[in-house]
Design a protein around this ligand. Structure first.
Ligand code: PAF
Length: 279
């Protein structure tokens, strides 16, 4: 597997991969890879001839009091996992390549970025949209794959790609979960063993609420019950539990399909997100 850190070399390598009309899939990541990421890589291998994975811990999507410096980084381990999966190219730029001195352009997907995680993490989705648009321009993939765990992020990236006429397909990959139902996340590594045991309350409460709403329960009651169950299960606070239109992310007081139950909650210093379809 080639590890490339320079844009000119990346362009040459991608041009070589595309020779003979071959397709390229991009899997953007921030590293600290787990089975969820590897499931994106496997999907990428199914839909394209070559897979490029990027690893870049993007400073512009972290707020001033967030975990940018503590975010887990182990490129050697990640590279070994990707090589085992048969990935051909790892794009691993450093911050000075991604954001050269004087970098002053950013992308805001206004309508979809303001609520939910956008409200709790001001500027986060501008950082995501900006770096993802740069990755698209750097790699020029035919298709890019993102996890459905970050449902709002996926909706924002789809809208950005449409609004800015990026010529690629965006695919969402189903959420990978641990055996007890907790969605896989690089941030699960922050949990103590007690917190990890308690964290199962989060998917359990959301799954129950999604089922209740689909079965006709009052939406406000189901959301209130889910919040109470998450806190009773050992979480310190709930940022939001909301029913949203699956595409526009508009908040729904009354269920109509296709909808998604979106949530974020904090346990100790760790903020977890998750979502379930309601249908
Ligand atoms: O989902 C992530 O890991 C990041 O937000 C992404 C898409 C790689 C952009 O930095």
């Amino acid at each position: 597997m080639q590890i490339i850190r320079d844009i000119a070399m990346l362009r040459r390598a991608v041009t070589a991969l595309k020779q003979g009309g071959k397709s390229v899939a991009l899997v953007p990541t921030m590293g600290a890879l787990h089975d969820g990421h590897l499931s994106l890589v496997r999907m990428a291998k199914r839909v394209a001839d070559h897979v490029v994975v990027s690893i870049f811990v993007n400073p512009t999507q972290f707020g001033p009091n967030e975990d940018f410096s503590a975010y887990p980084r182990d490129e050697a381990r990640d590279a070994a996992l990707l090589a085992q999966e048969g990935v051909g190219l790892l794009w691993a730029p450093d911050v000075a390549i991604m954001y050269p001195a004087g970098h002053s352009t950013h992308i805001e997907v206004a309508e979809l970025g303001a609520d939910y995680c956008g409200a709790a993490r001001p500027g986060h989705f501008d950082g995501v949209a900006t770096v993802v648009s740069k990755l698209f321009n750097q790699v020029h993939p035919d298709v890019a794959i993102f996890g459905e765990k970050d449902w709002q992020q996926l909706a924002i990236i789809r809208r950005m790609a449409r609004d800015l006429d990026f010529a690629l397909d965006i695919l969402g990959a189903p959420i990978a979960r641990d055996v007890d139902g907790l969605a896989l996340s690089s941030r699960n590594a922050y949990l103590s063993s007690d917190q990890r045991a308690a964290a199962v309350a989060f998917p359990k409460a959301l799954q129950a609420a999604a089922k209740a709403i689909a079965g006709g329960a009052d939406v406000d009651d189901a959301l209130a019950r889910a919040k109470a169950d998450i806190v009773a299960g050992g979480f310190d606070s709930v940022d939001y539990v909301a029913l949203a239109d699956a595409g526009s992310l508009e908040r729904l007081d009354v269920f109509r399909a296709p909808a998604r139950l979106l949530a974020a909650a904090r346990i100790g210093k760790t903020r977890l997100i998750d979502n379930y379809p309601v249908d």
